[in-house]
Design a protein around this ligand. Structure first.
Ligand code: SF4
Ligand code: SF4
Ligand code: FES
Length: 869
């Protein structure tokens, strides 16, 4: 710490921190544009000028840019010095010369940094009387709108896009006073973090295009802290709603996870909440199993409750949970059907992989790294996981690391461009590489036989770099669908931990609550299929799960055709909809509260943003949280006292009683009883408009705000400001603790992969836009999802006599004939795939059911007919 003086007041501040950062932290008003806490200082905008004095006798001083000046002992500066004030005022006047002054129609309105700084500096009168310089705007794709005339040339956009996120297609072009920030030509921004431009740009040049489509004033948005549901990292978000429609997602700062940035899937995947595919009423086929009809919720709950009250019927009832549903919803289902009849709803392989990840999180001496810790690593090894597409924010964190980056994946990934060494190998060989590095680090770990010299040499080099590092991190995940890779990563981290106790791991898992679900100890899905086959299942409760993504078509048929009644609870129509007999409309993350446990084992709570059906319009719109439907059914079955689970906190208490090791979830975020200065927290801004008229088109009476017994928030503008609650951060709570040290390693060494003459090993290929289920229901994301394809090495293609784009027929090995007319895929050449390996994109609906059992051996042949599936 050092002592310095600002405008005659003395402060003690961290040495070396820049003066702008210090002034802002002290609450002093100092305008700025180009400095950003994550992007640092470049001194481009000249807006943050202050006067610096040399010693006590200096009365003249000199102007310095505060963002470029580090704090040092004895420094004396002035923010309010008249010359500094005049300089800042002049700067903003110049910056505003060509600005279109189109604030009333600008999407940045309400949260415009430029507007705030203009007011702060006192530039209130426009003297410039000439033609303004204008630019042509570009179409940058579905996420980001471009309006270049508003630019003040702070360079934040290119610094974020190119230097921080590694994008190539956005740049600055200049001639004379024409400085243009955009692409060389119109076209979709290629970087998967492009949406951050919306928040990074301090003006309205880059704004959220999806928000523009259903624009509302920022102060009219209702909001609450939330968690992204589109991968397992649990980035913190701040969604906004108006008139029952989710309007946008913004980043919510969490120092340990996402910091200032989200990926585009997390930012733009939200539109599924507004989708036409939403289920909004209770539907039932009735006794006659005829067409689906809307029914009253009470009728459906009473009828099913009566059924469940019959002990014999209950023993023939099973529940299938979901890794995309909250911990509470899964627990409510488990309580309704009984622990022994609760199936976790992972695909069987994903269940095995997630359980390995849980085991590692519990026992590994190398503890899980937060994204912030990952950023600070000085050597990263990525083993088998295409993190850019499965856990995107991990890839962004890796790009900020300072040391060597090693990547070994089955195909070339985007991270390869920053890798010190990248090795594409078959999954078993990636595992072999991991075990070989472990042996190099500590010869007590078994040596790996039979692998190529290339693998041995790579292992040696990587081991040396890892040993040299101070803070190495081993990154892996379940996306490779290879237990061996996860085991190798865990074993390697154990070996390295033996040499360096600062070693950490970072494993991603498939879905937002995969870890939470695995901790509820459900049975494997395969057992549910077998039970149904034996005729032992009459009723199936299916919670927020599209089983066509988890089971192959035959198994799915076996399960569903042997069950009398399928009761579906979901918010979005999936392939399960036509197979259900009763459907309950579930709330999405935006309409409910709940806990998700992320890839590090961190429990975090998402809070309800809005009430889906606040005014009873006489329609049978009855969306509510899955856990509440399950509670209602439980009570209707006369097996639960109606006084129980009246609030979410009560359910959480029961959950913790049954799973004491999950007790940290109660500290994940404040309970409903939390108050700020004695008040609940307002979800609405104090400027929120239309309070008395917002439902006037539906009812002339002003309905009272909906009650919220589950959270410390109010659906109202009264109460403590939301900003105060957000200041507290709420970083979540890890359920595994940080010091567990039992240690874990796996003995199993895989055999090297050897390509077969006439068979291919088909592995999953991931796409940030397309592989995740919910975001795929967002139009902006769906537009960027790939069409189905099969990727193979061009040499393999030549062997089969096919050209790129030709339809390729896929026949599962073991003579299981698929319906060939549905399983021809166009060929895509991917020269980074190892020979003998093919790849199919994960999560593309047309492939669901067929590829849930990836990876598999298959025969490939040229399709006889022209045309593709
Ligand atoms: S486009 Fe925005 S972020 Fe980029 S230089 Fe202009 S004002 Fe700054
Ligand atoms: S990295 Fe994952 S959790 Fe974070 S914003 Fe993207 S999809 Fe959401
Ligand atoms: S913020 Fe200091 S020069 Fe821009």
């Amino acid at each position: 710490m050092v002592r310095l003086q600002i405008d005659s007041r003395r402060y003690e501040v961290p040495e070396g921190k820049n003066l702008l950062d210090i002034c802002l932290s002290l609450g002093l008003e100092l305008p700025y544009f180009c400095w950003h806490p994550a992007l640092g200082s470049v001194g481009a905008c000249r807006q943050c000028a202050v006067k610096e004095f040399r010693g006590d006798d200096d009365s003249h001083g000199k102007l310095v840019m505060s963002c470029m000046t580090p704090a040092k002992e004895g420094l004396r500066i002035s923010v309010s010095d008249p010359e500094a004030v005049a300089f800042r005022k002049a700067i903003i006047e110049w910056l505003m010369l060509n600005h279109p002054h189109d604030c009333p129609v600008c999407d940045e309105g309400g949260e415009c940094h430029l507007q705030d700084m203009t007011v702060m500096t006192g530039h209130t009168y426009r003297r410039y009387r000439f033609r303004k310089r204008t630019f042509r705007d570009q179409n940058l794709g579905p996420f980001v709108n471009h309006e270049m005339n508003r630019c003040i040339a702070c360079y934040r956009c290119v610094r974020f896009y190119r230097d921080y996120a590694g994008g190539h297609d956005l740049n600055v072009f200049a001639a004379h006073d024409h400085v243009y920030f955009g692409r060389q030509e119109d076209g979709c921004l290629e970087n998967e973090f492009s949406g951050n431009l919306v928040e990074v740009c301090p003006t309205g040049v880059f704004t959220d295009k999806t928000f523009k489509k259903h624009y509302t004033r920022k102060w009219d948005l209702q909001s609450a802290p939330s968690i992204c549901v589109h991968c397992s990292l649990g980035c913190n978000t701040l969604p906004g709603e108006r008139y029952g429609m989710l309007r946008r997602i913004r980043n919510r700062y969490n120092q340990e996870i996402n910091g200032y940035f989200l990926c585009d899937r997390g930012r733009y995947g939200y539109e599924f909440v507004n989708s036409d595919r939403r289920i909004r009423a209770v539907w039932s086929r009735g006794q006659q199993k005829t067409l689906m009809q809307k029914v009253s919720p009470l009728q459906a709950v009473t009828q099913l409750g009566a059924l469940l009250s019959i002990p014999d019927r209950l023993t023939k009832t099973i529940g299938i949970g979901s890794p995309r549903a909250s911990l509470e919803a899964n627990f409510a289902l488990r309580s309704l059907v009984g622990a022994e009849r609760f199936y976790s709803g992972f695909s069987d392989l994903d269940r095995v992989l997630t359980l390995i990840a849980v085991q590692v999180l519990e026992k590994s001496r190398a503890r899980p790294a937060s994204l912030q810790q990952l950023e600070q690593s000085d050597c990263v090894l990525v083993l088998g996981e295409d993190v850019t597409n499965t856990a995107p924010r991990v890839a962004l964190a890796i790009r900020q690391t300072t040391g060597p980056i090693f990547v070994s994946t089955p195909y070339r990934t985007k991270l390869d461009e920053v890798a010190t060494l990248s090795v594409t190998l078959a999954p078993d060989d990636i595992a072999g590489l991991g075990f070989a590095i472990a042996h190099q680090i500590d010869p007590a770990f078994p040596s790996v036989q039979g692998f190529s010299t290339e693998i041995a040499q790579s292992a040696q080099g990587i081991a040396q770099a890892l040993l040299k590092a101070k803070r190495p991190v081993i990154v892996s995940g379940t996306g490779s669908l290879s237990p061996s890779i996860l085991e190798a990563a865990a074993t390697l981290s154990s070996a390295l931990f033996g040499k360096n106790a600062a070693t950490q791991i970072c494993f991603s898992v498939c879905e937002a609550n995969s870890i939470g679900l695995a901790l509820l100890e459900g049975n494997p899905l395969r057992q549910a299929v077998d039970l149904a086959k034996q005729g032992a299942v009459e009723t199936l409760f299916l919670l927020e799960n599209d089983l066509s993504r988890r089971l192959d078509e035959n198994s799915l048929k076996t399960l569903l055709s042997n069950v009398k009644t399928v009761i579906l609870l979901d918010h979005t129509a999936t392939a399960m909809l036509p197979r259900a007999d009763v459907i309950f409309p579930a709330a999405t993350f935006a309409e409910s509260d709940g806990i998700l446990i992320n890839n590090e084992g961190r429990a975090q709570k998402f809070y309800q943003i809005f009430v889906p059906n606040p005014v009873n319009l006489g329609e049978l719109s009855s969306i509510q949280e899955s856990w509440r439907w399950l509670r209602d059914l439980h009570i209707a079955s006369a097996r639960m006292d109606p006084s129980r689970w009246t609030t979410l906190d009560e359910l959480t208490e029961d959950l913790v009683k049954e799973f004491p090791k999950l007790s940290p979830i109660q500290e994940a975020a404040p309970p409903a009883s939390y108050r700020i200065a004695g008040s609940k927290i307002a979800r609405q801004d104090h400027r929120f408009s239309g309070r008395t008229a917002i439902f006037a088109d539906k009812t002339i009476r002003e309905p009272p705000p909906s009650p919220d017994p589950d959270t410390p928030f109010l659906f109202s503008m009264e109460g403590a400001p939301l900003a105060l609650a957000l200041n507290d951060g709420w970083p979540g709570k890890k359920v595994f603790g940080d010091t567990t040290a039992a240690g874990i390693s796996f003995p199993g060494l895989p055999l090297p992969f050897s390509p077969q003459e006439d068979q291919w090993w088909v592995i999953p290929l991931y796409h940030i836009f397309g592989s995740e289920e919910l975001s795929l229901a967002s139009p902006s994301i769906a537009g960027l999802a790939p069409k189905p394809y099969i990727a193979i090495h061009p040499r393999d293609a030549a062997k089969l006599g096919i050209q790129e784009g030709d339809p390729l027929e896929i026949l599962l090995a073991g003579s299981v004939s698929l319906q060939t007319e549905e399983f021809h895929l166009p060929t895509r050449f991917e020269s980074s795939l190892p020979l003998g390996i093919a790849g199919i994109p994960v999560g593309i609906p047309i492939l669901a059911g067929k590829v849930a059992q990836l990876p598999f051996w298959c025969e490939l042949s040229k399709h006889k007919m022209l045309g593709v599936a």
